[in-house]
Design a protein around this ligand. Structure first.
Ligand SMILES: NC(=O)C1=CN([C@@H]2O[C@H](COP(=O)(O)OP(=O)(O)OC[C@H]3O[C@@H](n4cnc5c(N)ncnc54)[C@H](OP(=O)(O)O)[C@@H]3O)[C@@H](O)[C@H]2O)C=CC1
Ligand SMILES: O=C(O)C1=N[C@H](C(=O)O)C[C@H](O)C1
Length: 268
C-alpha cells in the first residue's frame, strides 16, 4: 500500500527536505504541499496556499500530514487534521505547554506523532544518556546545542527532550538509593549560560545554545567528575536524516488508531 502524505511548510528548509526524501521512496506519495508563500514548485511538487489546507484535506484525503513549520501553524494544522480524520506527524519545536495540550487534544481524534528530533542518532543518544546518567550519578552535566543562524527557538526542542531524559534518569537512580523520595523528585535546576558571579551549584544542568552558519544540528552532553569526563555528541550532517525519519514515522503512523505516539515506537 502506498501512503499518501500532505506536506506543510513546503517552502521551508525542512519542507523541501521532506519533499526531496518522499520523491525517493516507493512506499509514499505526496498528495499535496502547502505554504504561506504558494505558487512555487518544490522538488517538482506545486505548492498550494496554506489558507486552503482544510479544503485540500477534504479533496485529496491524504493518509497523513507531515509538518515542520512554526508553533502556531502546527496547532492549526493539527486541529484541521483532527477534524478531517487525518493522521499527523510533526517535528515542529518551540511549542508551549498549551501547544502540547492542543496536540494531545488532536490525538484524541486521530493518530499524532511528535518528535523533537527524527534522527536515529539522537534516538541512540537518548538511550546512551539514560544509561550514562545513573552510572555517573553526582557528575556535573552541561548540555550544548549548536544550530544554523536562522533557528528561532532556544534551547532546541532536542535539548529540552534530553534535559527531560536527564531528569528522569537522575530521579530513577536516586529513588532506588533513597527511602526519602521527596528528596529526589523534581527537575534539576537548568542554568542557561553563565555570566558574572555565577558559580556552579550542585545538581544544576548548564544549558548552552549556539547559533552559527548553516549547521544542521549538534547536541553534546558533557558529564564531568573528578579526573574524568564523558562527552556524548551527535552531529547531523544534513537535514535529510530528519526528513527520512519523519517519513518513516508517517508510513508507520498511517494506519494506527487515534492516540499519542513517540518516534521510539517507530524504531522498535
Ligand atoms: N523534529 C526534527 O527532527 C526537526 C525539527 N525542526 C523544526 O521544524 C520547524 C521548521 O524548521 P525549518 O524548516 O528550518 O524552518 P523554516 O523557517 O525554513 O520553514 C518553516 C516553514 O513553515 C512555514 N510556517 C511558519 N510559520 C507558519 C505559520 N504560522 N503558518 C503557516 N506556515 C508557517 C513557513 O512558511 P512561509 O515560507 O510561507 O513563511 C516555512 O515554509 C522548526 O520548529 C524546527 O525546529 C527542524 C529540523 C528537524
Ligand atoms: O531547527 C532546526 O534546524 C532543528 N530543530 C530541531 C530541534 O529544535 O531540536 C531538531 C534539529 O536539531 C534541527
Amino acid at each position: 500500500m502506498t501512503v499518501s502524505v500532505g506536506v506543510t511548510g513546503a517552502t521551508g528548509r525542512m519542507g523541501g527536505e521532506v519533499l526531496a526524501a518522499a520523491a525517493d521512496r516507493d512506499d509514499l506519495s505526496v498528495a499535496f504541499a502547502v505554504s504561506r508563500s504558494p505558487g512555487a514548485s518544490v522538488e517538482g511538487v506545486a505548492v498550494a496556499d496554506a489558507a486552503d489546507f482544510a479544503d485540500l484535506l477534504a479533496s485529496h484525503a491524504p493518509d497523513v500530514v507531515v509538518d515542520f513549520t512554526g508553533p502556531a501553524s502546527c496547532i492549526e494544522y493539527a486541529s484541521a487534521c483532527a477534524a478531517a480524520g487525518v493522521a499527523f506527524v510533526t517535528g515542529t519545536t518551540g511549542l508551549s505547554e498549551g501547544g502540547f495540550d492542543a496536540l494531545r487534544e488532536a490525538a484524541s481524534e486521530v493518530p499524532v506523532l511528535y518528535a523533537s528530533n527524527f534522527s536515529r542518532g539522537i534516538a541512540a543518544l537518548r538511550r546512551a544518556v539514560r544509561e550514562a546518567v545513573p552510572a555517573l550519578d553526582g557528575y556535573d552535566i552541561e548540555l550544548t546545542e549548536t544550530h544554523h543562524n536562522a533557528k528561532r527557538d532556544a534551547p532546541s526542542g532536542t535539548a529540552l527532550t534530553l534535559l527531560d531524559d536527564i531528569d528522569e534518569a537522575r530521579s530513577s537512580v536516586r529513588q532506588t538509593r533513597s527511602d526519602d523520595i521527596d528528596d529526589v523528585r523534581g527537575a534539576s535546576p537548568r542554568v542557561h549560560g553563565r555570566e558574572g558571579e555565577a558559580p556552579r551549584t550542585e545538581g544544576e544542568v548548564g544549558v548552552h545554545a549556539r547559533r552559527a552558519g548553516d549547521i544542521a544540528g549538534e547536541h553534546e552532553i558533557l558529564l564531568a567528575g573528578n579526573h574524568e569526563s564523558l562527552s556524548l555528541t551527535h552531529r547531523a550532517g544534513s537535514r535529510g536524516v530528519f526528513a527520512a525519519g519523519a517519513l518513516d514515522a508517517a508510513a508507520w503512523l498511517a494506519d494506527r488508531d487515534a492516540g499519542w505516539y513517540d518516534f521510539t515506537e517507530v524504531l522498535e
